[in-house]
Ligand binder design. Structure first.
Ligand code: GLU
Length: 506
């Protein structure tokens, strides 16, 4: 079998929705796993709603997810141009070809007349289908009228079906599909303004781009019979394979609204989710590997993906599940990547400057690594790491756990012993261990009774990353010139004692 050629064909009318991203992913996977070609085609014939910024945005989103394309907009290829708005001549030519072959005809019905027809059908409780009025106009008369009258071009369904009662096809996901011809009205292929309809353009493009597999959402299942009629009318003997992917719903089974910000790739990107995690979750929307494993790297997904394992049942997009996968992906990422992901949220919080020097970036990498395993998305780093940049005794004391610990005389002794010893050299891991050992001997406490007060005093929180890694990070941060200043361990302990000491006397 020759290598597959697949395409993702979005309309640039808004942000890339997770449903469309899943379509792009399954196409990409089918190509990648089989040495095929992944094509990006932009379906921008709706001039009023298609905007260049949406096109740029969706390309950025695809690249962020790692779904690069081999042919298409921005990449080129021998079947271009890859924007439908630049292919209008091609559609016009093919529409004329259909007329010549007797599979299409000009339609002179005005919009008002068509609307009247639809209203009458609605009133009679009928499905709205074009009556076929202009089909009866003899060819020579239609050709003469076209010179002076605006006309759309319609497909002649009866001619296309050649007497068959139904259009049948085999879908890779849905199996045998049968669609009665009586439910298909003579649809428009070219509008009065010479723009093609979706069902026509998609066939002309898939044909000319030599697409072997049409993989798309099952909202397009009912368009496929129309497209098959067009293929046949154009004399195409071997059709592409069709695979219609299941609908994506929310956890309650309700459809994911395109309007919800949280349903776009851009939203997850801005929240600082690792793209690997979104990719992993999207891959599981309708597909699962034979062994049922859910945590999968990009390479594992490419190696295992198979259209034969795509299910028809609606797929659930569940942010909680994504979060669980994301925390595991996050923990595997290298420091420099984590630092780059953390920079945005830290900058927004006013603690970071993109122009920071290499030492500061290296420090940010350590910071992000330290917190990574606790996070699903980098936006949450701001909350988790606030104590680093915004340390103040008042802030610490707002926490009841901190107040409780400080009211205990044993804990207070630990903090005092710690503060005395912190005055000297800055802490690194071995020095912290030695210092903790000294405090242990002096105060006669160990384990949680020793470490909990230290954590409380220096971080103002009752839980967090390992102290032996965290405290050196605080110390090193305090010596860097960062936009958000990091107070040293000594400063922290002393400020807290001073604040609570005066409180005790008053
Ligand atoms: N522009 C169509 C969409 O975004 C493409 C459908 C198809 O893949 O045929 O839904």
């Amino acid at each position: 079998m020759s290598a597959p050629r697949v395409r993702f064909a979005p309309s640039p009318t808004g942000d890339l929705h997770v449903g469309n991203a899943r379509t792009a992913l399954f196409n990409w996977l089918h190509a990648r796993g089989r040495g095929g070609t992944f094509i990006l085609r932009i379906e921008d014939t709706d001039a009023a709603r298609s905007l260049p910024e949406h096109e740029t945005g969706l390309m950025e989103d695809l690249r962020w997810l790692g779904l690069g394309w081999d042919e298409g907009v921005d990449e080129g290829g021998d079947a271009g141009p890859y924007r439908q708005s630049e292919r209008l001549e091609l559609y016009r030519g093919k529409a004329e070809e259909l007329i010549e072959r007797g599979f299409a005809y000009p339609c002179f019905c005005s919009l008002e007349r068509l609307e009247e027809e639809r209203a009458a059908q609605r009133e009679a409780g009928l499905v709205s289908l074009y009556s076929g009025r202009c089909r009866a106009i003899p060819g020579h008369e239609a050709a003469r009228r076209r010179a002076g009258e605006p006309a759309a071009i319609r497909f002649n369904v009866a001619a296309g079906a050649g007497g068959a009662a139904a259009v049948n096809f085999e879908d890779r996901v849905h199996g045998a599909v049968r669609f009665p011809v009586t439910q298909i009205g003579d649809f428009v292929v070219l509008r009065r303004d010479a723009r093609p309809s979706y069902n026509f353009a998609v066939v002309v493009d898939d044909l000319q781009m030599r697409v072997t597999h049409v993989i798309r959402g099952d909202d397009h299942l009912s368009n496929t019979p129309r497209q098959i009629l067009v293929y046949r009318a154009l004399g195409v003997a071997s059709l592409p394979e069709f695979a219609h992917l299941p609908l994506i719903v929310g956890p309650g089974g309700s459809p994911l609204s395109k309007r919800e910000g949280a349903a776009t790739v851009a939203w997850f990107r801005r929240q600082g989710y690792p793209p690997e995690a979104l990719l992993n979750h999207l891959a599981l929307l309708g597909w699962s590997p034979a062994d049922g494993q859910e945590f999968l790297t990009r390479e594992e997904i490419v190696a295992r993906f198979d259209l034969a394992r795509v299910s028809r049942a609606p797929a659930i997009f569940d942010v909680q599940k994504l979060d669980a996968l994301a925390a595991r992906h996050m923990a595997r990422l290298p420091g420099p990547r984590l630092a780059a992901m953390a920079a945005g949220p830290l900058e927004e919080a006013g603690w970071w400057d993109h122009a920071a020097g290499p030492e500061a970036w290296e420090w940010a990498g350590r910071l992000a690594l330290l917190f990574a395993e606790r996070l699903s998305r980098m936006a949450d780093l701001v909350k988790e790491a606030a104590f680093l940049f915004e340390f103040s005794p008042q802030r610490s004391l707002a926490d009841i756990q901190v107040r409780k610990a400080l009211s205990d005389p044993g804990s207070r002794r630990v903090i005092e012993a710690l503060a005395r010893r912190l005055a000297g050299e800055p802490l690194n891991a071995p020095r912290f261990q030695a210092l903790a050992e000294d405090v242990r001997r002096e105060c006669g406490v160990k384990g949680r009774d020793l470490y909990h007060p230290i954590r409380i005093a220096l971080t103002g929180t009752a839980s967090g990353p390992e102290l032996v890694r965290l405290l050196p990070l605080i110390e090193d941060g305090s010596r860097l010139k960062l936009r958000g200043r990091v107070a040293s361990c000594a400063e922290r302990a002393r400020a807290l004692l001073a604040a609570t000491g005066s409180e005790g006397r008053s």
